[in-house]
Design a protein around this ligand. Structure first.
Ligand code: GLN
Length: 539
């Protein structure tokens, strides 16, 4: 049976619970254990798919086509274990499931209530589809004391009784603020937060304490005393120079030992050499390249979380530091100045007309100035529009997404092959659920740059988009030097375009950034950064 580790957060949000969960999972893996990671989100949306990136950051998409919280991206990047539908639960999903059961009469006339029905549903989700992993690590979103997280806390409290102390561990992530005037680290907010947890029947077993400074022995003792936690289970978590330091530092600070001791496991020592190698590369780059990312959400870097990480991974692979220049695509006046001198230009995924003209101009600049260009999703659609407008003379070439009369070189396609089945979507469908989501196959052409980069003729990549490039322009675009070298297996949907008259110009309809890992960097990002290094030497 799996051991369940429940992670709650206290004092303030944004403490890095997700990172803590991911790093703990990575260390346990390196001790030879199997893991599953999941996130319980207290918000009422069914999933984050319809939320603005400004509010919620990136929407992470799994192979099975679920739109999830960006913490699942951390989980995959740290462990290599692919997340799936059952790994992200929201209050919305729970209620939706309970309400549909109620309509079907499954509750046999009972009054449907939070306790037991909602809580039972949460518990059933938590213990389902675990693959019998040695550890199931569940992060509870939000901060203890929030009204919304109460049902989740009640569910894990009950699970401790259902599954037994020996199979469940509560880890609480908190903050120990440093008060400069007193010259001291303060434990009081953590004491209060643990009190709050105790009031709902949860006694934490481990405290993971975020702190700017080392935690002095007396503070550790005090925390142990007031929070009923052994001082050896008060684990320090200082600020890190990079998130990839977390497995090594948390191990040094005793996190995995505390977990193994709690469960009375005689685990083999962890082998963290792969993480050490990653750190050495990050801390000792042999060069530096600058990449401009032209987007609309540049003020909120969490909106491009996986993208940023993928570029870090490609830097690690190429032994260079990748500096990112965030360029606001709405600021047309500054655009060209911001792009001059960069070693690569990237237009990431995006939605809506606002800022699109700036992105098109950036693509044109990259094409004309022979600067390596990487287009992702919207960045591919706009690359096709740019080629149609500038090279084929189709002045009103555009996408139907903008809702204006145009020559629709990008449009809504309402059918596509999902594995072997035909999936359909209707233009009038709800916003949630009208996208092509999740992993689809793509065939790469012989002699294409993409095929030589992937070293494979068939690839699987994750998608998240409503619109598709119109295949009927393939021949004309070839005449303009833009080749559709990747297509869906039924030859209906373009997946990859590239130029042959340019040092590096590749654009893809999918999101390769969702599959890159520090120890397994994505080949497209690695190749793009390699091209940027060549560009850097040229200037
Ligand atoms: N807005 C485009 C579409 O829906 C691109 C989406 C994206 O870049 N993820 O097709």
């Amino acid at each position: 049976m799996s051991k369940f580790i429940f992670i709650t957060g206290g004092v303030v949000s944004s403490l890095g619970k997700g990172l803590g969960a991911a790093a703990l999972a990575a260390i346990l893996q390196s001790r030879g254990y199997t893991i599953r990671l999941r996130k319980l989100d207290p918000y009422l949306n069914i999933d984050p798919g319809t939320m603005s990136p400004f509010q919620h950051g990136e929407v992470y998409v799994t192979d099975d086509g679920t739109e999830t919280d960006l913490d699942l991206g951390h989980y995959e990047r740290f462990t290599g274990v692919a997340s799936r539908r059952t790994d992200n639960i929201t209050t919305g999903k729970i209620y939706s499931s309970v309400l549909s059961k109620e309509r079907q009469g499954d509750y046999l006339g009972a009054t449907v209530q939070v306790i037991p029905h909602i809580i039972d549903e949460i518990k059933a989700f938590i213990v389902s589809d675990t693959d019998d992993a040695d550890f199931v690590i569940c992060e509870i979103g939000g901060t203890v004391g929030d009204i919304e997280s109460l049902p989740f806390l009640e569910a894990i409290r009950q699970l401790r009784n259902d599954l037994g102390h020996e199979n469940t561990l509560f880890m609480h992530v908190t903050l120990l603020p440093y008060i400069a005037a007193a010259g001291e680290i303060k434990t009081k907010p953590t004491q209060h937060s643990v009190k709050e947890l105790l009031s709902v029947g949860i006694q934490p077993d481990i405290l993971l304490c975020r702190s700017e400074r080392p935690i002095p022995e007396d503070a550790r003792y005090k925390l142990g005393l007031f929070c009923n936690v052994k001082p050896t289970r008060v684990i320090e978590a200082n600020d890190l120079s990079t998130v990839y330091e977390a497995p090594i530092v948390y191990h040094q600070n005793g996190l995995d030992k505390a977990v193994c001791d709690y469960f009375k496991l005689e685990a083999k020592a962890p082998d963290l050499s792969a993480w050490q190698h990653i750190l050495d590369r990050i801390h000792n780059p042999e060069g530096e390249v600058t990449i401009a990312i032209v987007g609309k959400y540049v003020q909120l870097l969490d909106a491009y979380k996986s993208l940023r990480e993928s570029l870090v991974h490609a830097g690690i692979a190429n032994k260079v530091k990748v500096t990112l220049n965030w360029v606001d695509s709405e600021n047309l006046d500054l655009l060209e100045r911001s792009l001059t001198g960069v070693h690569g230009i990237l237009v990431p995924g995006g939605f809506g007309e606002r800022g699109a003209e700036g992105k098109i101009q950036a693509i044109r600049f990259a094409r004309e100035e022979n600067i390596p260009y990487f287009g992702i999703c919207f960045g591919m659609q706009l690359a096709v529009i740019e080629a149609c407008r500038s090279l084929l003379g189709i002045k009103d070439a555009s996408t139907t997404e903008f809702g204006k009369p145009c020559t629709p070189v990008v449009g809504l396609i309402t059918e596509w092959l999902d594995a072997d089945n035909l999936s359909k979507r209707q233009a009038s469908q709800n916003l949630g659920g009208t996208m092509r989501l999740g992993s689809y196959s793509c065939l790469l052409a012989e002699n294409s740059k993409a095929k030589s980069i992937y070293q494979s003729a068939t690839i699987q990549e994750r998608h998240r988009h409503r619109y598709e490039v119109n295949m009927t322009y393939a021949k004309a675009l070839e005449g303009a030097g833009l080749y559709m070298v990747g297509v869906s297996p039924d030859n209906a949907l373009p997946e990859v375009v590239e130029r042959r008259d340019h040092p590096w110009f590749v654009a893809v309809q999918f999101h390769p950034e969702l599959k890159s890992k520090p120890f397994d960097p994505h080949p497209l990002f690695v190749s793009f950064i390699k091209a940027a290094i060549i560009q850097e030497r040229l200037i």
